[in-house]
Design a protein around this ligand. Structure first.
Ligand code: EPZ
Length: 431
């Protein structure tokens, strides 16, 4: 079973280049179904969820030419089926984007209910509300979403009851070829929403207002091919910012959009870290003495829920008591029990955690329970005294490209091992 094994206690120093945004690329890959022309996607992150989505496109007949790890050419002209289903696609959350894209292009879709990190119930009622408003019948049969717009998709005025990243992107995918003007209110404003809208507009869609509370879409008859580069990953960048703080290191994080990191920067500054912002980079210097602060996760531009485990681990090594409120998902504190094995002092009551900072962690064998919890355990292991092994790293590999290599380049003593023998060898060498 693959695991990360690391010897902590060393400040991480040096430069790291951030990959493309996973949660933008997933919507963009699905959106490539909306035309029969070539779609060239650049700055693709080389992570498992992306590869699962590309395989699913191949299974329904699209051509997928992986030029290299970070570039793919998709052509959906020969798509033969609107039914997507395999054991891998059932495991990822973003499979739901195939519903919106297949409805948009073929007015039909049969896609398994989404999987994804177990951080809450994660319904898709708002996605379904949007599709139905556009004139689609939607049923759940045998664990799949079966949708059809027999009279074609018609524009509508949709108000989302919950600010939802997935529903916002999915309804955009379905509506950009729908006749008339669609208005979607109370939408998510994350950078990846704007990126998917910009991608669709580069194909000839007419989408306005992405990044604000209301998106207006004027349906067009046809979409054409494009070449599009995915924006940098806000959450990968934030994860490395927390690594610099937690290990008291000094990291220049390159290929970022500093504006997307504002809420994370603000919190790390409140904690006493030093941060320099450049056009496309941020430098984080983790100061020896760091203060507690309070965090509440909110939809963008608030503090991202996907950074909650990572900032919590960093706060667990600061001085004083911090309060972290998780207002997006109802079950995103599972990592707290794993972190307790390393000496943290965190109490969870409902969607609030109270963190009493400790002056150090000790290494232990811990599990990655979901993607961002796994990243948080790596941060903890790199800050801890001694050896830490993080198991179930498949979760981490879904969203971080070659994390161990990027960390080795920052001076971390970390290896990806898949046998006890290799783990023992690491322990011997680490001394
Ligand atoms: C996306 O998930 C991301 N995943 C998540 O990132 C991220 O945490 C989340 O957005 C919030 O930013 C992908 O983009 C693949 P939501 P999604 O719909 O779309 C409720 C990661 O670590 N809701 O914005 O599932 C929902 O239960 C992953 O990269 C409904 O009630 O999130 C949640 O409480 C983890 N009905 C809230 O809204 C719906 O129909 C926000 O969910 C949809 C959502």
């Amino acid at each position: 079973m693959e695991q990360f094994i690391m010897k902590g206690g060393k400040p991480l120093c040096g430069e790291v280049v951030i990959s493309g945004a996973k949660n933008a690329a997933l919507g963009i890959i699905a959106g490539s179904l909306l035309t029969d022309d070539d779609i060239i996607i650049d700055n693709l992150p080389d992570v498992r969820d992306i590869n699962v989505m590309l395989e699913a496109l191949k299974e329904i007949g699209a051509s997928v030419n992986r030029v290299n790890r970070h570039q793919v050419i998709v052509n959906a002209a020969n798509v033969q089926s609107v039914s997507i289903d395999d054991e891998y696609i059932r495991k990822i959350r973003a499979s739901y984007y195939f519903i919106g894209a297949l409805l948009g292009k073929y007015q039909k879709a049969n896609v398994p209910l989404p999987g994804g990190c177990a951080i809450g119930s994660r319904p898709i009622d708002q996605h379904i509300k949007g599709f139905r408003a556009l004139g689609t019948t939607v049923d759940i049969k045998n664990g799949c979403v079966v949708a059809e717009a027999s009279e074609g998709l018609k524009a509508s005025h949709i108000y989302l009851d919950v600010v939802s990243v997935g529903a916002t992107i999915n309804i955009m995918l379905a509506a950009c070829l729908a006749e008339g003007r669609t208005i979607i209110e109370n939408v998510a404003k994350e950078p990846h929403i704007v990126d998917v809208a910009n991608f669709l507009n580069s194909m000839g869609a007419n989408i306005k207002g992405a990044g604000t509370d209301t998106i207006r879409i004027k349906g067009v008859k046809k979409l054409h091919g494009t070449e599009y580069a995915v924006i940098p990953d806000q959450i990968e960048a934030g994860t490395f910012m927390c690594m610099a703080a937690a290990t008291r290191g000094d990291i220049l994080i390159k290929n970022v959009i500093p504006k997307h990191l504002e809420s994370i920067t603000a919190k790390l500054l409140e904690m006493g870290n030093t941060i320099y912002e450049y056009d496309e980079a941020v430098r984080v210097i983790g100061n020896q003495f760091q203060r507690a602060t309070d965090v509440k996760t909110l939809p963008y531009p608030g503090f991202p829920t996907d950074m909650q485990p990572q900032i919590s681990v960093t706060l667990a090594l600061a001085s004083g008591t911090s309060v972290v409120t998780e207002s997006i998902f109802e079950n995103r504190f599972k990592y707290v029990d794993e972190l307790a094995r390393m000496g943290s002092n965190i109490k969870v009551e409902g969607n609030v955690s109270v963190i009493d900072g400790v002056d150090h962690f000790t290494g232990a064998s811990v599990n990655a329970l979901d993607l961002r919890a796994g990243a948080a355990m790596v941060i903890a292991g790199l800050a801890a005294d001694g050896i830490t092994t993080v198991n179930e790293i498949g979760y981490i590999q879904r969203g971080y490209e070659h994390l161990e290599k990027k960390l080795q380049a920052l001076g971390a003593s970390i290896e990806l091992v898949d046998s006890e023998r290799d783990a023992q060898k690491f322990r011997m060498n680490a001394g």
